[in-house]
Design a protein. Structure first.
Length: 393
């Protein structure tokens, strides 16, 4: 199948309506914490609060979303005010004395948990950069670039974080080049930074060299330092949705670089490999974990359907179709779009449930917790609307 211009227009309108009339209103303004700053995002299916703790990276993601909506959709005062609430909370409460960010704080901003990676920092970078663009705050731009420099140092090993594992079985994960790639793209697109272009290509090269395995049509989640497969349970575990997310980051870079055909081929290849491994041909939807050799996966949620891989697949398949015109990607996009909006979307209260059993029934009703909040779904709807708007011009 191929999409007609009319169908693409209808999709564009659909994503805009979902974003502005369903998804964003579920979260805002009721999640604004006017007393302590930041956002109260741990919410049940009906929007009621289930916990008032705050996940730092979700605070950053929500700040990014609100500032991005202000920058690209509508100059809505509520969105800018909300972004300021988030940005100021991050600065006042979410950095430790060593400069590293916390992962989990109380409502008031008292530190509860600190993790041994720097993803909170990457989300701070994109939040501060988007807020700087929205507000004109030069200090926010300076902070975004400064913390981006820290992230580069963490990712290169120049700055050390406490190790999670011993040195017995060294490994490297695709998460580092992926998160840094997208962080740099967001920073470049909002306020600019001369470090971005070159480093983005370095991170893409790392993904291509070490994690994409053409011989077995696979994108690994982690590998040995030389790129070889670690033949143990953790080393064999794949996360199809994560690799598909990385695929659309690379496709977006291909667009930025004037339809770079090599990058288009790489992004499409990653999507192809992990769609083949991740799509559940029996029940529909994307399986959460798979083993590279088809062996049993350790995690008990391995065959569940989580919300965010479907958001990433909706973006990736649409991006691939618009860049290549290959009808296969239109078919895949329709499959994952139809499945996700039928199974995850709550037509009564808005937004999506986060967790389904393999058969597509809701496993639990929470829409916000330490890992889920206003990011993957609104980003998908916003990005697809932007993508289609550009394409149809």
């Amino acid at each position: 199948m191929a999409y007609t211009t009319q169908q693409l227009q209808e999709l564009k309108d659909f994503y805009y309506r979902q974003l502005t009339a369903d998804t964003v209103p579920f979260w805002f303004p009721r999640s604004f914490d006017q007393e302590y700053g930041g956002f109260l995002l741990m919410r049940d299916g009906d929007g009621s609060l289930i916990d008032d703790d705050k996940a730092v990276w979700i605070q950053g993601r929500a700040t990014w979303l609100l500032a991005t909506l202000y920058n690209t959709v509508e100059k809505k005062a509520e969105w800018l005010e909300g972004a300021k609430l988030g940005y100021e909370f991050l600065n006042q409460h979410c950095f430790d004395t060593d400069g590293q960010m916390f992962f989990h704080v109380s409502r008031e901003g008292k530190p509860i948990r600190k993790r041994r990676y720097y993803f909170s920092e990457t989300f701070y970078v994109i939040a501060a950069a988007a807020y700087a663009k929205a507000s004109g705050d030069a200090g926010a731009a300076e902070n975004a670039r400064r913390v981006f420099g820290n992230c580069i140092a963490y990712s290169s090993g120049e700055k050390k974080l406490p190790p999670k594992y011993t040195g017995v079985r060294p490994a490297k994960g695709i998460g580092t080049p992926m998160i840094m790639l997208n962080t740099a793209q967001q920073l470049r697109d909002t306020i600019g930074d001369p470090r971005c272009d070159e480093r983005i290509m370095q991170w893409i090269k790392e993904i291509e060299t070490f994690f994409v395995k053409d011989d077995i049509r696979c994108v690994m989640e982690q590998v040995a330092p030389d790129g070889s497969i670690i033949n143990h349970i953790d080393g064999r575990t794949l996360n199809p949705g994560h690799a598909i997310e990385g695929a659309w980051f690379i496709l977006e870079e291909a667009k930025y670089r004037h339809q770079d055909q090599r990058l288009i081929a790489l992004g499409c290849k990653m999507l192809d490999y992990m769609w083949e491994r991740g799509w559940d041909t029996e029940q529909g939807g994307i399986l959460y974990f798979r083993d590279v050799y088809g062996k049993p996966v350790q995690e008990y949620w391995q065959d569940m359907k989580f919300w965010w891989p479907h958001n990433e697949a909706i973006i990736a398949t649409l991006s691939a179709y618009l860049l290549t015109g290959n009808s296969k990607y239109a078919e895949w996009h329709q499959m994952v779009h139809t499945y996700a909006y039928k199974r995850f979307h709550d037509t009564t209260h808005g937004e999506w449930y986060g967790y389904l059993h393999r058969d597509g029934t809701v496993a639990q009703t929470a829409k916000g917790n330490l890992f889920k909040g206003p990011f993957h779904l609104p980003r998908q709807e916003w990005f697809c609307h932007q993508l289609l708007t550009q394409y149809l011009q």
